[in-house]
Design a protein around this ligand. Structure first.
Ligand SMILES: Cc1cc2nc3c(=O)[nH]c(=O)nc-3n(C[C@H](O)[C@H](O)[C@H](O)COP(=O)(O)OP(=O)(O)OC[C@H]3O[C@@H](n4cnc5c(N)ncnc54)[C@H](O)[C@@H]3O)c2cc1C
Length: 428
């Protein structure tokens, strides 16, 4: 028997989505839930090309609560997610500083931390069960629009719809039509080494086995211009570490390279024995990535001149990992956009897009700023102050960001904001 999922009545709005990352896939599911007709185009020819990027990703309550509305998704995620609700923080030389508890946030919604590829696969499987029109191996090379339609050129062919959602990540081509020029991603001056492997490699190592033998753990070591995060999942059976460090790497050609353990060891020379041992014990065949962190200046708008094309996710606003918000914000984007289209109706697509932007613009940029704040707090830690008040080094966790339901907020504010958009643009 095929599964049935709740779906609002058809709006008759056709939507092309470019890119099936967390942003595009979520937008596709939400558009389907809200009764729009969706075609999702992804350049990767197999889903494994996307899921093989395997290391930790975190969805905070504002993002993860939205998974609860996709039947079966959050339940499947809980099975593979890390079972901790704390973060143990250490000085880079090894002294324990403080435990930050996330227990108090449970009232805001679920938190999901797990393997990026596995979590992605759960969402993808849900999209497949919904019978979404997902087309792999489709590379979009151009965008166009007129007053009534928007479209893309894909594998040399033109395709049209009422609206096009450009969700192709930080190297977006859709930005060109929105901006009117081709801007280039910039190096943020930081990079991350990312690694994931089976805990078998360390479960007998006396210096670090405590991180895996008693179930899941989550710890961070904070030092000058570098923070090192480590966690174990699936009852301690799988293990991962990531560290963010200063980097002046050239990102012209690529921003992901295979990393070398010898290089990582140089960064953590003199650090706590636990940290050095984690790096040293990384199996030679583990997938270690040196990921250059790319950013772009905030865009003046997410919407094309005729308001038929909209950028979402990293295409609109790349996030630093320290905000722990990029993926959650990209899901909020899809939820709000699908809701605006539903509330506006087929005859008012440009109004829907402009109202979406009004709802999202400020929130997303405020969320982006938290990433820099946390990085500065950790990388330039004031240890005199932290010795007196250890909580000063906790991750900033604010209710305005995390205790937030993007769908509810959109339904509540849409009409008022649409009216104000209309008064600013009477010709809409
Ligand atoms: C190291 C690191 C750690 C992070 N950790 C977290 C975290 O813990 N929590 C969190 O919330 N966020 C985190 N983020 C941010 C988060 O990963 C991103 O914000 C989020 O994944 C963006 O999703 P996206 O769908 O917009 O882009 P992407 O994931 O880049 O997806 C874009 C998709 O578009 C496809 N595509 C591109 N061009 C075309 C084309 N021309 N035609 C068709 N398809 C195309 C690509 O193949 C890809 O599948 C992290 C980021 C980094 C770099």
């Amino acid at each position: 028997m095929t599964e049935q999922f709740p779906r609002r009545p058809s709006t008759g709005i056709s939507v092309i989505i470019v890119g099936a990352g967390f942003a595009g896939l979520s937008a596709a599911i939400e558009c389907d839930r809200k009764g729009h007709h969706v075609t999702l185009l992804e350049k990767a020819s197999t889903i494994e090309e996307i899921t093989r990027f395997g290391d930790i990703i975190s969805f905070d309550p504002n993002g993860a609560r939205l998974f609860e509305r996709w039947p079966g998704v959050i339940e499947a995620m809980y099975k593979i997610a890390r079972k901790t609700s704390w973060l143990d923080l250490y000085h880079w030389r090894g002294e324990f500083v403080t435990r930050q508890s996330f227990e108090g946030e449970k009232k805001w919604g679920p938190r999901i931390n797990g393997h990026r590829g596995e979590l992605y696969s759960i969402i993808y499987d849900h999209a497949v069960k919904r019978k979404l029109d997902i087309r792999l191996g489709q590379r979009v090379s151009d965008y166009f629009e007129n007053a009534d339609k928007a479209g893309v050129v894909v594998n040399g062919e033109r395709m049209e719809a009422d609206v096009v959602i450009a969700a192709e990540g930080v190297r977006s081509r859709g930005r060109k039509i929105v901006l009117g020029f081709d801007d280039k991603p910039k190096s943020s001056g930081y990079a991350v080494y990312r690694c994931w492997f089976s805990s078998d490699a360390i479960k007998d190592n006396n210096t670090i086995k405590h991180l895996v033998v008693e179930g899941d753990t989550h710890s961070g070591y904070i030092g000058p211009d570098l923070h090192f995060l480590v966690s174990s999942l699936k009852d301690g059976k799988e293990f991962n570490w990531v560290f963010t460090h200063v980097d002046d790497g050239n990102i012209e050609e690529s921003w992901q390279f295979p990393g070398k353990i010898e290089d990582c060891l140089k960064y953590v020379e003199g650090w706590a024995p636990v940290v050095q041992e984690i790096v040293r014990s990384t199996p030679k065949d583990a997938r270690l990535i040196d990921h250059k962190l790319v950013f772009r200046d905030p865009l003046p708008t997410f919407i094309s001149p005729l308001a038929r094309i909209v950028l979402i996710g990293d295409a609109a606003h790349p996030f630093l990992p320290t905000s722990i918000q990029g993926a959650s914000q990209s899901i909020e984007d899809g939820v709000v956009l699908a809701s605006c289209l539903e509330l506006a109706g087929k005859g008012e697509v440009p109004l829907a897009l402009r109202t979406h932007e009004k709802i999202r613009y400020e929130r997303v940029h405020q969320a982006q700023a938290t990433g820099v704040k946390t990085r500065e707090k950790w990388h330039k830690a004031n240890w005199d102050e932290i010795n007196k008040t250890p909580e000063a080094i906790h991750l900033t966790r604010e209710a305005w960001l995390l205790d937030f339901d993007a769908e509810k907020d959109c339904y509540k504010r849409y009409h008022e904001l649409a009216t104000s958009v209309r008064s600013e643009r009477p010709r809409l």
